[in-house]
Design a protein around this ligand. Structure first.
Ligand code: ATP
Length: 564
């Protein structure tokens, strides 16, 4: 599947629109259309139901260390600024950014290499000179390089120093010949082409957009700032939350005091998060406003490694059960060098999105063992790593750098009479990335017979029925002979149970294909025979099988087949 086909389908059928499109759009923001909103709601509901409401705290699930409880929360998006100072986001939630001195575009430093792999000018250069970025060495012939610089180089990479040197008296011939005929790595060639002092800036990669040279990487905090109240000063400054998790930590005591939950238990939350991403890209994959589905699971430190493994495997299985399978989904444990400053163990659940280079995976969800870092930070103040553990971070005069709440966030176990700070396992998923992965996985094109039995191409979204925006479409075969009336009656009944759609316009084959394209698992057709014996045809999206059922039994049939 080409990504462009899915993007076009999403727009055409009302899954996703660019935000503020009539004003030219706003990069990194997306709107879910009538079908998209149903898909995302179904994902959220499947998650909430599977993780929270249908969880039975009286029974120990297979593989779990013990029975446990789950409750929900919906915290505010804007919180006290001290939350972000103690959590570490205020000082540490940054990416390294580089900007292009020529076209002024901004890039996340760790993405420049990947973006160069997809860059128009790099692909064109590689084709002209005959190399691939994976090659260990490249030897560019002077005449081929010169020809490329004067033609496609000038057009696609005006920022390259080597392109600008074409303006010199000798047409850049001297500098081109210095660059060419010397064996070097492909990356080195790109760097040298972009530098006015060939070889001078070592291996600083060039701008993926225009080939210009990039600035030194500098830190850029990803939190969106805002002000609370009428006065805009440092005191009133706060942030849009970059993750939902902190709302759970700061409510840990409230939940304990207001419910009868006992450790082990989890608090789940779904909500919007905001990150001022330097380079939003890949459709909704990296957005600036997105939705997270997070659980903070509180347990005794001695059992935390077992709970970590439980949640990692359980969350992976959730995606498998909803249709992501095969070699495109994987569970990847982080190596020690990749772990966040607080984490004792992290695994990512990743999907091989079709927009990524072959063999690369993108994160759908992170499952992290966070130890007692978060509760301790909100109790004591911002922590710093020292000798493999954490200590309070202090100013040069010995004061805590950021003061915690001073509240007691420990847990007292009245059976064992032990007081301790619980350890936390955090499965943190993105609803938008999940939606995108389910769409990518579901998209297929195949051939089906049309009304005359002739093969015709169709696009089909093989979404899991729980996720499908519409569960059933009700279609009178023709718009006469009393068929619409019967169909409308059935539709009215089904609508009380399932998200249903009524359509009487156009040829029946086209109507089927319109439903296939948006993933509707079943179509019910009312035809001449319905008027005689009260039966209707039901058609399965995937097998294309059709069979007859009594018209009064549609709801029961669908309930059985959909499994809910
Ligand atoms: P990445 O490395 O891709 O930036 P991350 O490790 O920073 O992601 P987390 O902080 O672990 O992400 O956030 C948890 C989940 O939230 C991610 O697995 C992802 O599904 C979602 N998420 C994070 N950032 C974005 C974003 N910019 N756009 C859409 N979803 C996001």
């Amino acid at each position: 599947m080409q990504m462009e086909q899915l993007v076009a389908l999403c727009k055409r059928r009302g899954f996703l629109f660019q935000s503020s499109e009539i004003y030219g759009g706003l990069n990194g923001f997306w709107d879910y259309g009538p079908l998209g909103v149903e898909l995302k709601r179904n994902i959220r509901e499947a998650w909430w139901r599977d993780m929270v409401t249908s969880h039975n705290e009286l029974v120990c699930p297979p593989e779990a260390p013990s029975p446990y409880e789950m409750v929900g929360l919906d915290a505010a998006i804007i919180m006290h600024p001290q939350v972000w100072k103690c959590s570490g986001h205020y000082d540490q939630f940054h990416d390294l950014m580089q900007s292009c001195k020529y076209c002024k575009k901004l890039f996340r430093a760790d993405q420049v290499g990947d973006m160069l792999r997809e860059s128009e000018w790099v692909l064109s250069l590689a084709e002209a000179i005959g190399f691939q970025l994976e090659d260990s060495r490249v030897l560019a012939r002077a005449d081929a390089l010169h020809r490329w610089l004067k033609g496609k180089g000038k057009k696609f990479a005006p920022g390259l120093a080597a392109v600008q040197q074409l303006e010199q008296a000798d047409g850049g011939a001297q500098s081109t010949s210095q660059l060419a005929e010397q064996s070097c790595s492909p990356w080195e060639l790109l760097a040298r082409l972009s530098s006015s002092d060939q070889g001078g800036n070592g291996l600083r990669l060039p701008c993926p957009n225009c080939g210009g040279s990039l600035t030194e990487p500098r830190e850029f905090n990803l939190m969106f700032e805002t002000y609370v109240g009428a006065v805009r000063d440092e005191q009133s400054k706060t942030f849009l939350r970059p993750e939902t998790a902190q709302g759970i930590f700061v409510n840990f005591k409230n939940v304990l005091d207001s419910t009868r939950v006992k450790i082990p238990f989890g608090i789940a939350q779904i909500g919007k998060s905001f990150r001022n991403e330097i380079t939003p890209r890949y459709f909704t994959f990296r957005s600036r406003e997105f939705e997270q589905m997070e659980i903070e699971f509180f347990c005794h430190p001695s059992t935390s490694p077992a709970w970590y493994r439980y949640w990692r495997d359980r969350r992976y299985q959730w995606y498998v059960d909803l249709g992501l399978a095969g070699d495109r989904l994987r569970l990847r444990d982080h190596g020690p060098e990749e772990l966040s400053h607080y984490s004792c163990g992290t695994a990512d659940i990743e999907y091989a999105f079709p927009f990524l280079p072959p063999g690369q995976f993108g994160e759908l969800e992170g499952v992290a063992h966070r130890g007692d870092f978060d509760l301790r930070s909100h109790m004591e103040g911002k922590l710093a790593r020292q000798n493999g553990g954490f200590v309070l971070e202090r100013t040069p005069t010995g004061e805590p750098k950021y003061r915690g709440s001073g509240k007691d966030l420990t847990y007292y176990d009245d059976q064992t009479q032990e007081r301790y700070i619980p350890h936390v396992i955090e499965p943190s998923a993105g609803a938008d990335r999940a939606a995108l992965a389910f769409l990518c996985e579901a998209y297929a094109e195949d051939e089906v017979p049309d009304e005359k039995g002739q093969p015709t191409r169709r696009v089909v979204l093989r979404l899991h029925p729980r996720l499908a925006p519409i569960k059933v479409a009700v279609l009178p075969l023709v718009k006469k002979e009393g068929m619409p009336e019967v169909a409308q009656e059935i539709y009215g009944e089904l609508k009380r149970h399932f998200s249903s759609f009524y359509d009487e316009k156009g040829a029946i084959g086209r109507r089927y294909r319109r439903q296939d394209e948006v993933g509707t698992p079943f179509c019910i057709t009312i035809d001449g025979q319905t008027l005689v014996d009260g039966t209707v045809t039901i058609r399965d999206r995937d097998s294309l099988r059709q069979w007859r059922i009594k018209k009064d039994e549609c709801a029961a049939e669908l309930r059985g087949r959909l499994g809910f």
